[in-house]
Design a protein around this ligand. Structure first.
Ligand code: PHE
Length: 447
């Protein structure tokens, strides 16, 4: 018998799952896609998707983990009725975390670099800023490798500590710290006239700006931001004590994740509107537009830049931990590896592929690592967004909605949700969530 001895405390689980959910998706991606897709109407669609589909799937993934009490593969196997044990292959989804880490960790490395230039000198003009970013991205593979390695080592050290002393402890410290920084920045930004504009931009929907593409992006992002479909939440939930309230925990995590994305958006847009930037700059928003604005504020701006990038690094690292833990737990629990060996090999695997990812965007090397028109970086990111995560999501929905016995699912949730909410949730898992995923995958393939 594999017994998961160390259990999360209630708050430890909620903060660790929040740490998993709150990541670069919230502070980097959410603001820039909100900017690109025109603000309010996009935000509204995003909020509705989180509520209707995202939160339901998050709770469903928690149900599998908490009931299974094991690594992903074994949890699926354990809960599948006799004759359907082939469902264990759905546990493949734990592999997605390592795939994500091959580029996620590289981006965390960029953030470390930006913390460093917050000290040494921020770019003063947009051209400077573009130059700095381009230099890092395309011309400094070895520096990127060093920063990527730093992130790999941090994550590995936390994972070595296990659930209690590593994951729970880190999140208990870092998540309140992250909230503290973001609230501080929000209070500071509230003094700007730009803050009113930011509120207007994000919360006054202008439906003429809402394209089909915006809707697809909103649905896709709601999965990514809540960490659905790769077994992270499932693996954390496997270390929950018996009487945990998954309904409450799921809502809390979805709420915190949304709150932090909205705060990050408000802070970033307030700075932009106050100091003459535009919100539609795409992925370069925080790496190109923001540093120039911070530079205008002199020494104070340097401090703000440092704190801002620190918050981003914290958000990224706590997610990174949850991306690797499913593999580690699988190797440890199912294949009986020692934890140390599991951590070392998983880390090594994504570190090495991450190095290839770095070369795939570097001038002088990228020819070797480009497939069609896409760099290895793009190929991996695309396969995660459009294929691996939607597939994981739909498997979870089908498993909880159709394969697991209804009374087991009810036993886990009914007492906390009540009949009416349970019915709505179950309907969402059986019908709305699978359809949303199919819609997503279909459209992703068309692009
Ligand atoms: N939710 C994280 C983010 O918003 C990314 C992530 C995806 C983490 C899947 C774990 C699992 O950045």
């Amino acid at each position: 018998m594999n017994q998961q001895v160390a259990k999360f405390s209630r708050i430890g689980f909620v903060l660790s799952a929040t740490g998993a959910a709150v990541g670069l998706g919230n502070i980097w991606k959410f603001p820039y896609i909100t900017g690109v897709y025109g603000g309010g109407a996009f935000v509204l669609v995003y909020l509705v998707t989180i509520l209707l589909i995202g939160a339901s799937l998050l709770i469903a993934e928690m149900v599998i983990g908490k009931r299974g009490q094991k690594d992903c593969v074994s949890s699926f196997e354990e809960l599948a009725p006799a004759g359907k044990k082939g469902w264990k292959y759905a546990g493949f989804m734990l592999f997605t975390g390592l795939v994500i880490m091959t580029f996620y960790s590289v981006v965390i490395g960029w953030i470390f670099y930006y913390m460093y230039i917050s000290f040494t000198g921020l770019p003063v003009t947009i051209d400077d800023a573009k130059h700095i970013f381009d230099n890092l991205y395309a011309h400094a593979p070895f520096m990127q490798i060093v920063f990527h390695l730093l992130s790999v080592v941090f994550v590995a050290v936390v994972l070595l500590g296990g659930i209690k002393k590593g994951i729970e402890k880190t999140n208990l410290i870092l998540i309140p710290f992250l909230l503290f920084i973001l609230l501080g920045l929000l209070v500071y930004a509230m003094n700007f006239d730009g803050f009113t504009q930011a509120v207007h931009f994000m919360f006054a929907p202008d439906f003429s700006k809402l394209s089909a593409e915006a809707i697809i992006r909103a649905v896709g992002h709601s999965f990514f931001t809540l960490s659905i479909g790769i077994g992270s939440i499932m693996t954390y939930a496997a270390a929950l004590p018996k009487h945990s309230n998954l309904y409450q925990a799921g809502l809390m995590v979805a709420f915190m994740d949304t709150l932090i994305a909205l705060i990050a958006g408000l802070v970033i847009f307030s700075f932009l509107f106050q100091f003459g930037g535009t919100p539609d700059k795409g992925p370069g928003l925080v790496f190109v537009s923001l540093p120039v604005i911070f530079a205008k504020l002199g020494v104070m701006g340097q401090g703000i830049a440092l704190v801002f990038f620190l918050a981003m690094a914290v958000a990224g690292l706590t997610s990174a931990i949850s991306l690797v833990e499913p593999s580690v737990m699988y190797l440890e629990d199912r294949l009986k590896w020692r934890r140390k060996k599991a951590v070392v090999w998983s880390s090594l695997l994504y570190f090495v592929i991450g190095v290839l990812v770095i070369f795939s965007i570097s001038d002088g090397y990228k020819g070797l690592l480009t497939f069609g028109k896409k760099s290895l970086f793009d190929v991996l990111e695309f396969s995660v967004d459009s294929f691996l995560m939607p597939l994981g999501g739909i498997l979870i929905a089908i498993f909880v909605g159709y394969v697991m016995k209804r009374d087991i699912v009810e036993g886990e949730l009914l007492g906390h949700m009540g009949n009416a909410v349970f019915k709505i949730w179950y309907f969402s898992i059986r019908y709305i969530a699978p359809l949303a995923v199919l819609f997503l995958a279909y459209n992703a393939l068309k692009v």
